[in-house]
Design a protein around this ligand. Structure first.
Ligand code: ADP
Ligand code: NA
Length: 329
């Protein structure tokens, strides 16, 4: 059976972008792969976080993983900071990665520009090597992610090829992973600025729908989503990024194709379209929110995370030792 690894940062409550681009894939893949899903809290601290909020978000993200339908009997669910091989592995990765490669990462450029005032941590630059370690430690074949992670996955593949070439005299040591994107919704855009990616760490809360937003808030955010003045519902990301984004979200939430949606809303206005979309998103999130609250109140959540960390430690330590041996440590 092939292996899957993926992670989400507890840097806020996940958005419908995280759900559509990443979490939904996790659920669909869990039956056919050996899956590791991680709360990547060490990635979240590359920018300052409030301690108590972070605590809550870490456990909350684990509860959401379960609420969307991940089955702890089928997947390994764990918190990154409970598995020390990730940071130790990241050091081995850094020793085989060039500064130039890291400075070229568009996410580093964006995030360092945004955090310039409070200072750019070294970890913002060395974040991709930690992500490389996350992936290679489990010998992942596939990494289901959103479009924004494409460049990091390419860096991971370059690293694996380099590492195997340098140290794999007796055959490859690490598995070459591949990114896996959804067909519709791999890059959900901000509702307020549809040329920007939707992100849970966006300062403008109107830009994203959090998976824990109240139904009234969801409806309101969709009503005030930026569109255009043409009034025509058609899919044209270049010229109509707002409406096209709403169409993608609609399609991803209901499974209806964009073509069918466009045909159904021909001659109708944005008002009716947005009202229906609001109901579709509420319909998707309400049952997830109910399950989320049940998991948050349950001690079983902590047991699942303990079991997950134990399994992850065993698997990742084995790979870490292979890497250290290969490098002469
Ligand atoms: P964020 O940028 O919201 O903080 P993370 O960095 O924690 O998200 O990413 C978690 C997963 O969600 C990754 O696989 C990422 O590619 C995916 N993802 C993030 N934002 C979006 C988006 N707007 N559309 C689709 N997928 C996304
Ligand atoms: Na982020």
């Amino acid at each position: 059976m092939q292996t899957i690894f993926s992670g989400i940062q507890p840097s806020g409550v996940p958005t419908i972008g995280n759900y559509i681009g990443a979490m939904k894939q996790f659920v669909d893949l869990q039956n056919d792969f050996d899956c590791y899903f991680c709360v990547v809290d060490e990635h979240a601290i590359t920018v300052p976080q409030k301690r108590l909020e972070l605590r809550q978000q870490i456990r909350g993200l684990a509860a959401l993983y379960l609420a969307v339908g991940l089955d702890p009997a089928k997947v390994t669910l764990f918190i990154q900071s409970e598995v020390p091989a990730h940071t130790e592995g990241a050091w081995l990765v850094q020793c085989n990665t060039y500064i130039g490669e890291l400075e070229r990462m568009t996410q580093f450029k964006d995030k360092s520009a945004k955090n310039e005032k409070q200072g750019v941590s070294a970890a913002l630059l060395t974040y991709p090597p930690l992500m490389v370690a996350d992936i290679v430690l489990y010998h992942a074949h596939l990494v289901p992610v959103g479009e924004d992670q494409r460049q990091h996955l390419e860096l991971t593949r370059d690293f694996v090829e380099r590492f195997n070439n340098r140290y794999g005299e007796n055959g490859p040591i690490l598995t070459l992973p591949e990114a896996k994107f959804v067909k519709e919704g791999a890059r959900v855009m901000s509702l307020a600025e549809p040329t920007q990616k939707m992100s849970k760490s966006d300062k403008n809360v109107k830009g994203f729908i959090s998976m824990l937003d109240e139904p009234a808030v969801i409806r309101k955010k969709i009503k005030s989503a930026v569109t255009d003045s043409s009034g025509v519902i058609e899919y044209d990301p270049e010229n109509k990024p707002g409406v096209s984004n709403l169409l993608s979200i609609y399609a991803a939430c209901t499974g209806e194709s964009i073509a069918s949606l466009v045909a159904r809303y021909e001659g109708k206005g944005y008002g009716e379209f947005k009202t229906d979309l609001g109901e579709a998103v509420v319909g998707l999130l309400e049952p997830i929110q109910e399950k989320y609250h049940a998991w948050m109140a349950s001690e079983e959540l902590d047991t699942i995370l303990d079991t997950g960390a134990e399994k992850a430690r065993a698997v990742s330590n084995k790979t870490l030792n292979q890497m250290k041996n290969a490098m002469g440590l």
